[in-house]
Design a protein around this ligand. Structure first.
Ligand code: MF3
Ligand code: CO
Ligand code: CO
Length: 277
């Protein structure tokens, strides 16, 4: 027997299975994904020398409120901000604070918005002023790694194919793929099955089917892949303090291939366009 509460919350739980979504869910994800992309577009002119990351967080919160959305990270497992701001050797989950951006910094801004019950999740790199050539290269390789992962998504491909596309592109360039964090299924849930690991072997792992939704969000380091989490319980940094970059898209598997839900309407996600001069 199933209680009323069980029946209505069942679609909202993790149940070990990868959910298959229909046309209305695709429509919901398109709207949530587009809103996140517009939010990241809006930030392009705001990421400047002297601006504290808290100001970015405030802009994301206001953008969400103005558009009938809610920042999914706010009050998520004790996290108290509307986005993550991960600067230089911070790999992910950097917490916005009163420290200002400095010329030469690179920063990943990761925004997840809940709109009408659907999660849009995306992140991009931004550069503050002139950045070192090696930072530029890291950003370019990381973006290309994400897009190579996206490009292999289609029915019948596997999660391992995605990881392999990323790893086999990144490692020959003497950069490394972070193992400790991965992409994730999403939809009505923020973090759902499957895990999308950014390394792998062709043909291994779950088989992709039309209607699956997930993120691909490789974190790439100039040095070794190892990370540690600081005492705040969130901020993940490279152990060797080398620079780290990340891009994230939310995608859906279609009958013939892939739909990217978080593309910038202005084409701003692609470096160097995402880097404010
Ligand atoms: N948006 C991140 C992701 O891509 C998750 C951030 S969780 C937080 O999955 F609590 F750190 F904000
Ligand atoms: Co994500
Ligand atoms: Co994210």
């Amino acid at each position: 027997m199933v209680s009323y509460v069980d029946a209505v919350t069942a679609p909202l739980r993790k149940n070990g299975q990868i959910k298959i979504h229909g046309p209305q869910a695709f429509e919901g994800m398109r709207r949530a994904g587009r809103l996140v992309a517009e939010c990241l577009d809006m930030l392009t002119g705001e990421v400047r020398e002297g601006v504290p990351t808290e100001r970015i967080d405030q802009l994301v919160f206001e953008f969400a409120m103005d558009h009938g959305a809610f920042p999914a990270t706010l009050m998520y497992r004790g996290y108290e901000k509307s986005c993550c701001t991960s600067i230089n050797h911070v790999v992910c989950h950097g917490i916005p604070n009163d420290k200002p951006f400095r010329a030469g910094d690179i920063v990943n801004i990761d925004v997840t918005l809940l709109l009408d019950g659907w999660h849009g999740d995306s992140s991009r790199m931004y550069a503050i002023g002139e950045i070192p050539r090696r930072a530029e290269r890291l950003i370019e390789v990381t973006y290309e790694a994400l897009m190579r992962g996206v490009a292999v998504v289609k029915p019948g491909a596997t999660v391992g194919d995605i990881g392999h596309a990323i790893q086999s592109y990144v490692e020959p360039q003497h950069m490394s793929v972070v193992r400790d964090f991965c992409g994730h299924g999403l939809g009505r849930l923020f973090h759902d099955e499957p895990n999308i690991v950014h390394i792998g072997r062709p043909g291994e792992g779950s088989v992709l089917k039309p209607g699956m939704f997930f993120t691909i969000e490789p974190m790439i380091n100039l040095g070794r892949p190892h990370v540690k989490v600081l005492s705040d319980g969130w901020t993940a940094v490279t152990r060797d303090r080398s620079l780290s970059a990340q891009f994230e898209h939310a995608v859906g598997v279609t009958e013939t291939g892939v739909e990217v839900f978080t593309l910038s309407p202005k084409g701003l996600e692609r470096p160097p366009a995402s880097t404010a001069a």
